[in-house]
Design a protein around this ligand. Structure first.
Ligand code: C2O
Length: 571
């Protein structure tokens, strides 16, 4: 054993030597993130927002595939904080993943923690965000991964590259918004604006001067890296008069396809090429809600930026001429959302896991908790005097508080979690029909599903119409997965397997679970650690729409979780 691993190690060093001779050496990028309170003025009012380094959105990180990032996060704010590197595989470095109480305890005010991880085999657009309460409303930024130095994109090199972070702004302290909802049991207030790179755009009050300008020149082809960093809303995105060619998503390349509209759930990224082939002028870039739930309040405003041709005649640049607005789909246009999400393919044939070791079926949806008798009605503000909740397989996820799940697992600390997360819902029912209210109240628990290293996993994610059906962006940490099929209604194992794409399905880290529908994902559990899977609508995580996979170590060091960093924050 010893001899084998040392000879493996030798050939590894020899290979990396060869590679570094052939290519540029991977680099290590050092950054300091100071989390602090910063005055930010939007919609005519100034708030003390929590930011990184006083920037909103936060700094853009740019690396090459294969590089290492070392980010020292110093918490000078009054809240606990952690940072998650959304979509980074974190192979063997689960300690740097970031979700509070899952892979680490929070960084307390005054504390600090150094996140260290290597980007392995991912190229395109990801992002980073706080993973603690609702801090990510203002604590987020782009994480751009270029090809290895000397390598090129699988498309003509774009002239310019612009990250476009779509966000959500409250004319309030977002932490107060979720605290209030937690107190009342009702739904939190919806946002007051959407933003593009932190700016609402000139359709909102007091916002016209700061509207984001995206430059383009006639004839050039540019790359836009669109990221949905909104807290609670899927968004449609369009550019007036310009078609977009989708070339990547979630830091994987896709088979290019052309579209007028994107739909991104929170957590998802889409890389598109646009060509300056229109009359030189100014065109609106716009985003607004894809709101799939019936009768649920949502922010129905529209955020804009301006695509501006450098050669546009001067008067066109003046504020007097309004740019053309693109036509965006209706808020409830599920057909357009579906047409978009089913257009994704990998660029060619891919290795989809075939013989499945773990065939899992997870229901995903909301619920209502009955209030204990004698509870104050002000704390039972969900329908019929209840409190909102959410669950997977009827378990509403509760975070631990004394140890993170990863520490508890790694150090064998008992009593922090149990490994009995169910492989299927405890009761089978018509998930997308009229669900009997006896099934509306989940149980609470800190349950994980244990996976052997290397097991081939299939998860059927099944939306429910408990309380209200809606589209859910389901995100898995530590992995990319193939989305091999999606559809409406209840998943039927007899007939729906014929829809499986085992040829060229897209690789994602967040799947948009269709309204009253299902999606099937597959991955190989080759990354040991504890990995949370959750709905990326923060209001749903707050209500418990999450679970975690515990992936065991494999054989030897290269299949095992690294040791915990010395500065890992304690609870
Ligand atoms: Cu981008 Cu657990 O999240």
């Amino acid at each position: 054993m010893e001899a084998m691993s040392s000879s493996l190690l030798h050939s590894f060093f020899f290979l990396s030597l060869l590679f570094s001779l052939a290519n540029a050496v991977p680099r290590i990028h050092y950054h300091d993130f100071i989390v602090q309170s910063t005055p930010v003025k939007r919609l005519c009012n100034t708030h003390s927002s929590i930011t990184v380094n006083g920037q909103f959105p936060g700094p853009t990180l740019e690396v090459n595939n294969g590089d290492t990032l070392v980010v020292k996060v110093v918490n000078r704010a009054r809240y606990n904080v952690t940072i998650h590197w959304h979509g980074i595989r974190q192979i063997r470095t689960g300690w740097a993943d970031g979700p509070e109480f899952v892979t680490q305890c929070p960084i307390r005010p005054g504390g600090s923690y150094k996140y260290r991880f290597t980007v392995q085999g991912q190229e395109g657009t990801l992002w980073w965000h706080a993973h603690s309460s609702w801090l990510r409303a203002t604590v987020y930024g782009a994480l751009i991964i270029h090809p290895k130095e000397g390598n090129s994109y699988p498309f003509p090199k774009p002239k310019r590259q612009t990250p476009l972070l779509l966000g959500e702004w409250w004319d309030a302290n977002p932490i107060d918004v979720i605290r209030e909802a937690t107190r009342t049991g009702g739904a939190p207030n919806v946002s007051d604006a959407y933003t593009i790179n932190g700016q609402p755009g000139d359709l909102y009050n007091c916002s016209s001067k700061e509207t984001v300008i995206v430059p383009v020149d006639s004839g050039e082809t540019n790359l836009l890296r669109v990221i949905n960093s909104a807290l609670n809303q899927q968004l449609f995105f369009s550019i007036a008069n310009h078609k977009m060619t989708v070339v990547g998503a979630d830091a994987s390349y896709v088979k290019p396809f052309t579209t007028n509209t994107l739909m991104l759930g929170p957590g998802q990224t889409t890389d598109v090429l646009i060509t300056g082939d229109q009359i030189p002028a100014r065109y609106y870039i716009a985003a607004r809600a894809y709101a799939s739930a019936q009768n649920a309040p949502f922010d129905n405003t529209t955020t804009t930026a301006i695509l501006e041709y450098k050669s546009a005649p001067c008067p066109a640049k003046g504020a007097s001429i309004r740019p053309v607005l693109p036509s965006l789909p209706a808020f409830n246009d599920t057909a357009t959302a579906t047409a978009f999400s089913t257009s994704f393919r990998s660029p060619g044939k891919v290795e989809v896991p075939k013989e499945i070791d773990e065939s899992l079926f997870f229901t995903v949806g909301l619920g209502l908790n009955r209030c204990p008798s004698g509870a104050m009605s002000s704390t039972c503000q969900a329908p019929n005097g209840t409190r909102f909740t959410a669950s997977m397989n009827n378990v509403s996820f509760v975070l631990p508080s004394s140890f993170s799940l990863l520490e508890a697992h790694h150090q064998g600390i008992p009593g922090v979690f149990t490994t009995d997360f169910p492989a299927a819902p405890p009761v089978k029912f018509d998930y997308t029909g009229n669900v009997s209210s006896s099934l509306w109240q989940p149980t609470r628990g800190t349950k994980v599903y244990r996976l052997e290293y290397g097991s081939k996993v299939q998860v059927v994610l099944q939306g429910t119409s408990i309380v209200t059906a809606e589209n859910h962006p389901i995100h898995l940490h530590g992995y990319d997965f193939y989305v091999i099929a999606e559809g409406f209604g209840n998943f039927n194992p007899e007939t729906d397997t014929s829809k499986f794409n085992l040829d060229d399905p897209p690789l994602r880290n967040t799947v948009s679970l269709p309204l009253k529908g299902w999606a099937v994902i597959r991955f190989v559990a080759d990354n040991p650690g504890v990995w949370i899977m959750h709905c990326h609508l923060d209001v749903h995580i707050s209500w418990g729409l999450a679970m975690a996979f515990l992936v065991d170590n494999g054989v030897g060091e290269l299949e095992s979780l690294e040791h915990a960093p010395e500065d890992l924050p304690l609870c």
